[in-house]
Design a protein around this ligand. Sequence first.
Ligand SMILES: [Zn+2]
Length: 107
Amino acid sequence: MFASMSHTICPDEGCERSFVDQDVLDRHATTVHGAQDYAMSAKQRDKHAAAGVAMADKSFPIPNVEFLKKAIRAFGRAEESRKPAVKAHIKRRARALGAEKLIPDGW
Ligand SMILES: [Zn+2]
């Protein structure tokens, strides 16, 4: 398991920061970007990961279309080695949400 080593990228468009600690990211997103909706409790994140809403390491939570859009924007800044898995996750969630039209051409 590499969960403890992976970075979660700030979902805000144009923000270059990534974080090892999800709680620090939540605080950053809330305080720097005012992204109230991004902050999630640890319990919610566990539930999302278990349900496949987020990836196994709890990154890229996509419970709804707003998060889907954020995930698509954040994808470009994902670590190279993770990109295939992240892309597959985003596409799977887009299908589940009935929002495949948001998936970029060529994915
Ligand atoms: Zn940020």
